[in-house]
Design a protein. Structure first.
Length: 333
């Protein structure tokens, strides 16, 4: 049976209790955002082994989501009994240990995936701060940015990628008999042979083209015909769910997609927005407590492997102080 290993608990408790422990461990692994492709395959296999596995997993997942009041990271030596949870007297013993350990690891400030099925349907995914290059069935490449999930479906007549979450850059192999289409947020981006990126976030998507041309079409609420726009090299468009795509505008493609080369460019952004952009590439949270009226627009070029230095450098430009409570919680005052 494929399941998380629990050597010290393996032979303890009833079969139902052991199954619950295994399900809880899967919940913790999924909530961490750091599951490998191999672990995700083992998880899917475990779910499919018996109907009871899905039922118990759903129960434990719901229980985890009910711990939403744990939005603040609590020191590791804080007693579990002091947590502000209406069910604290009913917490199962194993969960009391798990909660304390998760908080110590910085997981208490992270939200559990809104819909676990989204990640179960992904063929490839990355965790926060992770990037990956995926070779597609036709030899093309998909560069996955941080916290991204995609589903791949290739047929003789169509090459389809669905961005379930996050951002990806595609190097497309020409094939007029099988159009290359990227679906996300109610829109379709189609190319024949080109290079472009699609970023899905907050019910909107940004399409950035660095080579060739793509057509972007969306279903507009209340209209029968889709709306479309053509985007050329070094141009970008944005669309929201249910709305027409905006007119293409000129951009610096290299700067806009600097993450592909391991960098990040901040160009005249409000300080809080700049911190949110840096936060995409690191686990945990950066919390800006400073008055927005005290801050000015910031710019800079940074490497993704040195984000702590980037946070400090940008904070200094505003005369602000950086307080690192844990590796997962950074306050800017």
């Amino acid at each position: 049976m494929s399941e998380p290993q629990e050597p010290q608990l393996k032979n303890l408790g009833t079969p139902d209790e052991r199954l619950s422990r295994i399900a809880r461990d899967w919940v913790i692994r999924l909530a961490s955002g750091h599951m490998s492709e191999a672990e995700l395959r083992r998880f899917k296999q475990w779910l499919a082994e018996h109907p009871s596995h899905q039922r118990v997993f759903d129960d434990e997942r719901v229980f985890w989501q009910q711990l939403e009041p744990l939005k603040t990271v609590i020191p590791a030596n804080h007693k579990t009994e002091q947590l502000s949870i209406s069910r604290k007297q009913r917490l199962r013993p194993h969960w009391r240990v798990v909660i304390t350990g998760a908080v110590a690891a910085g997981l208490a400030g992270l939200l559990f995936y809104q819909d676990i099925r989204l990640f179960l349907s992904a063929d490839h995914r990355t965790a926060t701060g992770q990037q990956q290059i995926v070779q597609l069935p036709d030899g093309g490449l998909a560069h996955l940015n941080t916290d991204t999930a995609i589903a791949v479906s290739y047929t003789e007549h169509e090459r389809r990628i669905e961005i379930l979450k996050g951002e990806a850059f595609f190097e497309v192999v020409p094939n007029r008999q099988a159009p290359f289409r990227v679906l996300t947020q109610g829109g379709i981006t189609q190319a024949v042979g080109t290079a472009f990126a699609v970023h899905a976030q907050d019910r909107q998507a940004t399409v950035t083209v660095t080579e060739g041309t793509v057509d972007v079409a969306t279903k507009v609420t209340g209209k029968d015909q889709p709306a479309s726009v053509t985007v050329h090299k070094d141009q970008e468009t944005l669309y929201r769910v249910g709305e027409a795509p905006r007119a293409a505008m000129a951009i610096d493609g290299r700067s806009a997609l600097s993450w592909i080369r391991g960098g990040i460019v901040i160009d005249k952004k409000p300080f809080a927005e700049a911190m949110a952009e840096l936060n995409r590439y690191r686990p945990g949270r950066i919390v800006v407590l400073a008055d927005p009226a005290r801050t000015k627009l910031v710019s800079g070029r940074f490497i993704l492997q040195g984000l702590d230095d980037a946070v400090t450098a940008l904070a200094k430009t505003q005369g602000l102080t950086v307080v690192r409570l844990t590796p997962y919680l950074v306050l800017i005052l």
